[in-house]
Design a protein around this ligand. Structure first.
Ligand SMILES: Cc1ncc(COP(=O)(O)O)c(C=O)c1O
Ligand SMILES: [Zn+2]
Length: 424
């Protein structure tokens, strides 16, 4: 037997568990982190690794395998060629936010259209290697779509548990198409989360939410890829939407490890942006993390309509270690940012646009300098939530006037076309 190198470790009481454990929670109540015994690693390893045309080297997650899951047999990887997403320079969006420049990391260009694919490849690979046959998750939609795809790829059954009536249909239709069983819970996301965690504890199903620490390991690569795209010259800020705080946990861990390994010389500040109607983390930040109260969440950005984030403690640690901030933006601010993101030709679902809205708010409040180097993460694709986009453009979104009429029906004749073209 080779020496075991990967462990699950409790960040609070330091007790450990085997990586095959189906229990992701320490007896003290805290979620386990994955702990690796890294060998010597440097930038040259990743820079010398040309993007391969073949799996698993073609994946923007497994390119960093020494940092994600060094013990996993490469033959056990379940991949859809995730990651490798662009970091756009976006002058229009910089102007919108009041910044000199901004980098846009578009995670909506992953195989199932959201960043979730990065964590899912890592966690499904581990689950299948441990013999799991049935994957389960609670979801606001994107986790469901991603898990269903990776479970299909792995030959596993999939059940997704979602809040009834509060998930964008683009996402649910993906889960159905990939073959998942969809359970609509009469309750919110937080209720669904409680149900699946309890069920996973019984050991009959493999939990694929970000309480699963291998999800966090995969999601670290969003930050690793940004750093590599910037030639390891870390930006001043990384700004991202925050719901269950899986990304907040993952980004902090990625930066902690990258600094310890000497991949970077300094750590960017993290900015976790919540929707005002679903902002327990931002509220706790405002009181110095002395009090934390879950809320009943409500926002048009359904992906982050989460009132009791599972990775709260890990999120706090990430902000403390990076001089990070948490803030809330209104649905109006999110929508204004979405119009800008969409019109810039990049496009994203509403929740994603909270990142740019957050950067704009930080600049307006004087907490972010216009000359600072900022990367905003767009977490999900425009096509995920066509209903909101359509409702906005048809003037059906409460409180939002319709933009100039750009959708019309015309007769099939030349004159009608010519008339329509006038004034465009
Ligand atoms: C598009 C999108 N953005 C952001 C988030 C929030 O991510 P986290 O739960 O890691 O905070 C989600 C979660 O479902 C999401 O789907
Ligand atoms: Zn513990």
């Amino acid at each position: 037997m080779p020496a075991r190198e990967t462990l699950l470790r409790c960040p609070v009481c330091a007790s450990s568990a085997a990586p095959e454990s189906s229990e992701f929670e320490c007896s003290c109540g805290e979620l386990y982190d994955v702990e690796h015994a890294f060998g010597p690693l440097d930038r040259a390893l990743f820079d010398s690794r040309p993007r391969s045309l073949r799996a698993p080297g073609d994946s923007g997650v497994w390119r960093y395998r020494e940092l994600v899951d060094p013990d996993l047999d490469p033959a056990a990887v379940v991949s859809l060629c995730e990651g490798n997403t662009p970091l756009y320079d976006a002058p229009d969006l910089a102007r919108f936010a009041g910044l000199a420049a901004v980098g846009i990391k578009h995670e909506g260009l992953n195989p199932t259209g959201s960043f979730k694919d990065r964590g899912m490849t890592a966690a499904v690979s581990r689950a299948r290697a441990a013999g799991a046959r049935h994957a389960i998750c609670a979801s606001t939609g994107n986790t469901a779509a991603s898990m269903a795809a990776f479970a299909a790829r792995a030959g596993m059954a999939a059940t997704v548990v979602v809040p009834d009536g509060a998930v964008a249909w683009g996402k649910l239709s993906q889960a159905l198409a990939y073959g998942a069983h969809v359970l609509m819970v009469r309750g919110d996301f937080d209720a669904a989360m409680g149900l699946v965690r309890e069920e996973a504890r019984a050991g009959r199903v493999a939990l694929l939410n970000s309480a699963n620490p291998f999800r966090v390991e995969g999601q670290k690569t969003i930050v690793l890829e940004v750093l590599q795209q910037l030639a390891w010259d870390a930006p001043d800020w990384i700004v991202f939407p925050a719901g269950n705080l899986g990304n907040c946990a993952a980004f902090g861990k990625a930066l902690r490890e990258a600094l310890a390994l000497g991949l970077i010389e300094r750590v960017p500040r993290l900015a976790a942006v919540q929707a005002a109607g679903a902002a327990p983390f931002a509220t706790a930040y405002d009181n110095g993390f002395e009090r934390y109260e879950p809320v009943v969440a409500d926002t048009l950005a359904t992906a982050i309509r989460i009132g009791a984030p599972v990775s709260y403690a890990r999120g706090v640690r990430s902000l403390k270690e990076t001089r990070g901030v948490a803030l809330a933006v209104t649905d109006d601010e999110i929508l204004a940012a979405k119009v800008a993101v969409d019109r810039a030709g990049l496009g994203a679902e509403p929740a994603s646009c909270a990142a740019l809205a957050g950067a704009r708010r930080l600049v307006r409040d004087g907490r972010m300098a216009p000359t600072e180097r900022v990367v905003c993460v767009l977490t999900g694709n425009l096509l995920k939530d066509p209903d909101t986009t359509r409702a906005f453009h048809e003037g059906r979104l409460a409180g939002h006037p319709a933009p100039p009429e750009r959708i019309r029906t015309i007769d099939a004749d030349q004159r009608a076309l010519r008339m329509a073209l006038e004034g465009v």
